[in-house]
Ligand binder design. Structure first.
Ligand SMILES: *[C@@H]1O[C@H](CO)[C@@H](O)[C@H](O)[C@H]1NC(C)=O
Ligand SMILES: *[C@@H]1O[C@H](CO)[C@@H](O)[C@H](O)[C@H]1NC(C)=O
Ligand SMILES: *[C@@H]1O[C@H](CO)[C@@H](O)[C@H](O)[C@H]1NC(C)=O
Ligand SMILES: *[C@@H]1O[C@H](CO)[C@@H](O)[C@H](O)[C@H]1NC(C)=O
Ligand SMILES: *[C@@H]1O[C@H](CO)[C@@H](O)[C@H](O)[C@H]1NC(C)=O
Ligand SMILES: *[C@@H]1O[C@H](CO)[C@@H](O)[C@H](O)[C@H]1NC(C)=O
Ligand SMILES: *[C@@H]1O[C@H](CO)[C@@H](O)[C@H](O)[C@H]1NC(C)=O
Length: 529
């Protein structure tokens, strides 16, 4: 059943174009403007970046970003996926190329080409492609309004054309015959983690290796649950698009930042030691049976304490969410994650913006809506409509497995936006769908929890694992410390990662464990048990 498709050895294509005359490389790059003729595709701009510089983004995502790894050839293109939708993307083609293709993911409703990850990928010598996910906005879902094809791009097609067209551009530039398959990778987190999962489900041939962080699987439920979290603390009004929270301290359910601080402290008091060490990091929040009653207002304790409605809010937040028919909608919020400063985006008193945007522009097709009564009925409608088939809740990765694909996924245990328990839930779905236990899933699917890591990066603990995506990644040529290169070893060398070593800003290291192993401090070091 399992074929390990023979991949071309990367070294076969290793090329250091710069070893030729630089002007030749530059003119070969610039020639792509007229020489490429690809399906539905217009090459908008080609430039050669000879030395580290800052580049600015196209479209409405105006910002400038560094190119540290140069020289490279930069190709900006657009693919008309239908008459009513298009995907804008850039391919960055480094002079020193190790023969690999890297497709990149997006975050939230971010429709911006990801320059930081393009730079990361090219720094590791991948020819890298990033798209705007069919959107040209940074947060709003407005482009979805009455444009189902735009939703289709967002749900899965943008990453597919990024791979399909991107590989053709890469092959043309480096002179690889189009029939030859380039070793192909995907890297993304959050929405990117969902995109990677969706790619493996719908287009199993697109990538040989997928690195998917904190995947936003079960999308309708995820966004609906986040909306409910904000409702639990009394929010009803979405913020403006700059994510400025609308503080609602008029709701009796609302908790001030100061009170949240007391909650976090109490959570650590109750649960920090469960992993064998009191260090401010909860290795597995599912082991934490946090009891908010300890913070109840009493005669002795009348400040920074919980009233009955606030205690109810916390019990709702730290319990799984069930739907109208009693089915599980989403796992509970991870105790400890509320300590992340960005948790305020959900608990700051505004109705969760991704939920209001989805409801208006993808579900109801309106520009105004009153969210006062948002609840389980809305989530049931989202399930029913499931725009663009976006749910990404299917454990059938058999095709991806059988063609030799490898899937590496990680999730921070202090993720303030997506419950890390959701990754266990997907793992169980996979296991039951494929009828495979963890020992055999290990052949193609491995999940690592990263204690203390916030959403995709940051947080506390040793969360730099080479995951790219913006802050504090570990850009090292060492597959034991770099998840992307660990994936390369797995795909091309058959050497699967048993652990991933993370580092923090001080260079301190910690071994991260492959699920279902757990991280424990044994008195001397962290071990996986
Ligand atoms: C893509 O669509 C735009 C706008 O409709 C059109 O101008 C352009 O010619 C199309 N390009 C291709 C390659 O189909
Ligand atoms: C790029 O911009 C950043 C901040 O705007 C600046 O610190 C850096 O020096 C610039 N780099 C180059 C190579 O121009
Ligand atoms: C090209 O456009 C046609 C018609 O809109 C569409 O059916 C096809 O899937 C598109 N191909 C790509 C690669 O986007
Ligand atoms: C890492 O270093 C090794 C040995 O020096 C080299 O062969 C390999 O191509 C490098 N890989 C990357 C991705 O830089
Ligand atoms: C809104 O439009 C989408 C297509 O873009 C459609 O799937 C959905 O059913 C519409 N919603 C309602 C409530 O009719
Ligand atoms: C604040 O909460 C109160 C009471 O729950 C509610 O009536 C009001 O609409 C909320 N305001 C905002 C801005 O969310
Ligand atoms: C699941 O796998 C087990 C062990 O390999 C086998 O005995 C069982 O028949 C399988 N069940 C299904 C439904 O395929």
């Amino acid at each position: 059943m399992r074929s390990t498709r023979k991949l071309l050895s990367a070294s076969l294509f290793s090329s250091t174009l710069a070893s030729g005359v630089l002007a030749d490389t530059e003119s070969r790059c610039l020639a792509l403007k007229d020489s490429l003729h690809l399906e539905n595709t217009t090459i908008l701009e080609v430039s050669y970046i000879a030395a580290p510089t800052n580049v600015s983004t196209a479209g409405s995502c105006q910002s400038s970003a560094p190119v540290t790894y140069a020289p490279l050839c930069r190709v900006y293109f657009v693919v008309n996926t239908t008459e009513a939708s298009a995907v804008h993307a850039e391919a960055w083609l480094p002079d020193t190329w190790y023969g690999r293709f890297l497709g990149l993911g997006n975050g939230g409703y971010q429709g911006c080409i990801d320059y930081i990850d393009l730079d990361y990928g090219t720094s590791l010598h991948f020819a890298s492609v990033s798209s705007n996910n069919g959107l040209d906005t940074s947060l709003s879902a407005r482009p979805f309004l009455n444009h189902p094809e735009v939703i289709n791009d967002f749900a899965s097609r943008a990453v597919h054309v990024e791979a399909l067209i991107g590989k053709q551009i890469v092959s043309a530039y480096y002179g690889v015959s189009p029939e030859r398959k380039l070793p192909s990778y995907f890297l993304g987190c959050s929405t990117g983690g969902r995109q990677g999962t969706q790619a493996a489900l719908k287009y199993p041939e697109d990538f040989d290796g997928i690195l998917a962080g904190a995947p936003g699987t079960d999308f309708n439920h995820l966004i609906g649950w986040q909306g409910m979290l904000s409702r639990f603390v009394g929010a009803t009004v979405p913020p403006d698009l700059n994510l400025n929270p609308v503080a609602n301290d008029t709701s009796p359910k609302f908790l001030s930042r100061e009170l949240w601080g007391a909650v976090s402290e109490e959570i650590l008091r109750q649960c920090d030691g469960l992993d064998g060490i009191v260090d401010g990091v909860i290795a597995d929040p599912d082991e934490c049976d946090f009891d908010p009653a300890m913070l109840r207002c009493t005669e002795e304790r009348s400040t920074n304490c919980l009233t009955a409605p606030q205690e109810t809010a916390l019990r709702n937040i730290y319990s799984p969410l069930y739907g109208l028919d009693g089915e599980l909608i989403f796992p509970r919020y991870a105790p400890g994650a509320e300590a992340d400063p960005a948790a305020v985006n959900i608990f700051g008193g505004s109705f969760w913006i991704l939920a209001s945007e989805w409801e208006k522009y993808a579900i109801l097709n309106v520009t105004e809506h009153d969210f006062t009564h948002f609840g389980l009925r809305d989530i049931a409608l989202w399930d029913k409509i499931n725009p663009g088939g976006i749910a990404t809740w299917d454990g059938n990765l058999a095709e991806f497995r059988d063609r030799g694909g490898k899937f590496l996924t990680y999730h921070g245990t202090r993720d303030q936006l997506i419950s890390p328990t959701q990754s266990k839930r997907f793992y169980s779905l996979l296991s039951s769908t494929l009828n495979q236990s963890s020992s055999s899933l290990d052949d193609f699917y491995r999940l690592f929890f990263i204690p203390g890591m916030a959403h995709c990066a940051g947080g506390v603990g040793q969360g730099s694992i080479g995951q790219g995506t913006h802050e504090g990644t570990n850009l090292v040529n060492d597959s034991s410390h770099n998840a992307l290169l660990a994936l390369v070893d797995w795909v091309e060398g058959g050497k699967a990662p048993e652990v991933i070593i993370g580092v923090d800003g001080e260079g301190k290291e910690r071994v991260h464990c492959k699920w279902p192993e757990r991280s424990r401090f044994d008195g001397a070091a962290f071990v996986c048990v």
